[in-house]
Design a protein around this ligand. Structure first.
Ligand code: MSP
Length: 646
């Protein structure tokens, strides 16, 4: 029999910002669901990607003096890198600047037009460029601010193409009544129902004040509204509108769109209405999670309170961060991010909890049974009883996207194993009866089997660590969860794997010594008189942090244009190292390669490598940028290559 399919998506991320914890969260959740569903036997298709058009991206690129596509290429590289580090197992990554996407958008618009749902009219309203959405006077917050971003909106007046959204009010409400599972959690369903009942106005779906977008079919002066453009990614990635619609036929409709609560309306009102108009099936479910807050505000670039993942990933690797995000946030509600909370969970749940309990029982098996699992299993005991209850709760919670509850249940089993070891004191038994004692074998079997079950339940959340733990138990990757979660799966008299410390305890003093270099302390934050002042403090760096940057003078030895780019120049620079350094810089519109050779430049030498239009750049040359024109920094007398700049 053919396997059931499961199509799930993340939102596609704007490329005007580098990823922060909030972005990572949706993707980690999606990856956890994808891994879980695969283990449940589904044919999973998992899509993520980037949203590259619109005013936000256009303006961000302008500020950096580069073309929007160039900005997108840079930021997309960062997303790819990060998803790899985090172990994200997406099947496809769509960029809205790809031709396959434009084709899908054109095909969707053609269907909506055929239905008679598109017309041209003049339009005015308050526009928030961060949301890329119009607001009515009533919806604006105090002082005319955007209700989501709390920043000023702009008055826009233009001739736009409109979508007859108002015609779908009743059909949408009927759909919500028939399919209450369409929007989760239930509180969000109520919110959307209230919004739709309040009356739907037709939606403007084109822009003329903007050029960075997909040209609107048959209206070349207009570009497609970025949300109509972006939402279509969920079908364009499956080949909708192309000659190859097999994937679309297999996987559409989506089984799960994962989104943050700020983009609920777009996914639960506009998107289903577009699909209804186009005569396409609606997604089965939209799950809206809450926000990661920092200092009680939504973490966002415009507020300036974002936490980037780099430092945590460097110190702890992917799994502890994945675990923390899934365990700390009650899915659907907001949660606060702090280093204190992260470290506390890391030490209590991972270093002491999983790491320690596993190490303890594995060490006993190694000692008593010469590095093998016990020769006898055990079918009636308290660990087994607890395991069966926990597995049931774990499955229910995972099926309901309640990851915090699923992990909480699994960790209860760990606590049972721990208590059981203390109570049974196998070390005393080993002393009294020796290693061949059947009771000793049964007790340790129960402990190891309990740990195996926790590791198996933990696999979707912490794939690397749990796989490593299973390997220490002598077990491979499970293929089917229902089989793997049955008591008694651990093979008897099987060689254990190599010993490995999974989660070394983190020392808080040392950690905060390091982490606080890049963040103000709690007391500093509390003493800051206003949020604005706190933001000021946050942007200051200490001398130690500055010292981490390696700035040196280099001499350009080779310079040439990067093919197909007007801006990028590839240089080979002498930094006083044994080999020349390849550095790519966006200075080609103002410097000819010939005039660069022989010049001394200032280089950030310890920047992580980046790929720019397929060329690796191992550092950055510094330049002042005035109105988009780069002016290279230099020294006023020649110095030896590699001389430090301070
Ligand atoms: N490009 C649109 C989505 C288009 S989907 C067809 C967009 N992009 S975004 O980059 O601004 O946000 C992407 C996702 O990150 C959203 O689900 C958003 O809710 C989530 N987060 C951004 N900041 C967040 C937090 N501080 N906390 C949790 N998630 C938040 O919107």
């Amino acid at each position: 029999m053919a396997r059931a399919k499961f199509y799930l998506t993340t939102p596609i991320y704007y490329v005007n910002d580098l990823p922060h914890i909030g972005h990572i969260y949706t993707t980690v959740v999606a990856d956890t669901v994808a891994r879980y569903k695969r283990l449940c036997g589904y044919d999973v298709y998992f899509l993520t990607g980037t949203d590259e058009h619109g005013q936000n991206v256009e303006r961000a690129a302008q500020r950096q003096g580069i073309a929007p596509k160039e900005l997108a290429d840079q930021v997309v590289g960062r997303y790819h890198e990060l998803w790899q580090t985090l172990g994200i197992t997406h099947d496809d990554f769509i960029r809205t600047t790809e031709p396959r996407h434009a084709q899908g958008v054109a095909a969707l618009i053609a269907r909506i037009r055929e239905r008679g749902d598109i017309y041209l009219a003049r339009h005015s309203g308050w526009y928030c460029s961060s949301c890329e959405a119009f607001y009515t006077e009533k919806e604006l917050g105090e002082g005319g601010l955007c209700p989501t971003h709390e920043k000023p909106t702009e008055w826009h007046e233009e001739e736009n193409l409109f979508f007859r959204l108002s015609a779908y009010q009743e059909r949408l409400l009927e759909h919500f009544r028939q399919h209450p599972e369409f929007i989760r959690p239930a509180s969000r369903l109520n919110e959307v129902v209230r919004f739709v009942e309040g009356g739907l106005k037709d939606l403007s779906i084109s822009r003329v004040t903007l050029t960075w977008g997909i040209p609107f079919p048959e209206h070349p002066r207009h570009v497609v509204y970025v949300w109509l453009d972006a939402l279509t990614n969920y079908i364009s990635a499956l080949g909708f509108g192309s000659e190859e619609e097999d994937k679309f036929a297999r996987f559409w409709p989506a089984d799960l769109h994962l989104v943050g609560k700020d983009i609920l309306r777009f996914h639960c009102v506009y998107w289903p209405a577009f699909l209804m108009s186009a005569g396409l099936p609606l997604p089965r479910q939209v799950w809206a999670h809450g926000w990661w807050l920092k200092d009680d505000k939504k973490m966002s670039k415009s507020v300036g309170n974002v936490v980037r993942p780099d430092e945590l990933l460097r110190r702890f690797g992917a799994d502890p961060l994945r675990y923390f995000l899934l365990r700390e946030m009650t899915f659907g509600n907001d949660a606060s991010f702090s280093d204190e909370a992260f470290l506390k969970r890391y030490n209590s749940d991972l270093a002491n909890g999983l790491g320690n309990t596993a190490a303890r029982v594995l060490a006993m098996a190694r000692r008593y049974f010469a590095g093998r699992t016990p020769a006898t299993s055990c079918t009636a005991n308290v660990v087994k009883d607890k395991a069966e209850e926990v597995v049931r709760r774990y499955r229910e919670a995972m099926d309901e996207c309640e990851f915090h509850r699923a992990l909480e249940a699994a960790w209860e089993l760990l606590a049972t194993v721990d208590g059981y070891v203390n109570e049974k004191a196998p070390w005393a038994l080993a002393k009294r009866e020796g290693s061949s004692s059947p009771a000793l074998q049964r007790i340790l079997y129960n402990c190891l089997e309990g740990v195996r079950l926790v590791a198996t339940m933990g696999l979707p959340a912490m794939p690397q660590a749990c796989r490593a733990l299973l390997a220490q138990l002598g077990e491979g990757d499970p293929l089917r969860l229902d089989v793997a979660l049955r008591w008694g799966g651990l093979a008897t008299d099987q060689a254990l794997g190599e010993e490995e410390l999974l989660f070394p305890r983190a020392d808080a003093a040392e950690y905060f010594g390091e982490a606080r270099m890049s963040e103000p302390t709690m007391t500093q934050q509390a003493s800051a008189a206003t949020t604005a002042a706190a933001a000021e403090v946050q942007s200051l760096i200490g001398i130690d942090e500055f010292a981490r940057m390696k700035l040196v003078v280099g001499t350009v030895k080779v310079a040439e244009r990067v093919p197909k780019s007007s801006k990028l120049v590839r240089m080979e620079v002498d930094l006083g190292e044994p080999a020349l350094r390849q550095i790519v810089a966006g200075i080609g519109t103002h410097y000819a390669p010939e005039e660069l050779v022989g010049r001394q430049v200032v280089v950030v030498a310890n920047l992580k490598p980046a790929m720019l239009m397929g060329v690796a750049s191992n550092g950055m040359v510094l330049a002042a940028s005035e109105g988009g024109a780069p002016r290279l920094l230099s020294v006023d007398a020649p110095v030896a290559p590699g001389t430090t700049v301070r």
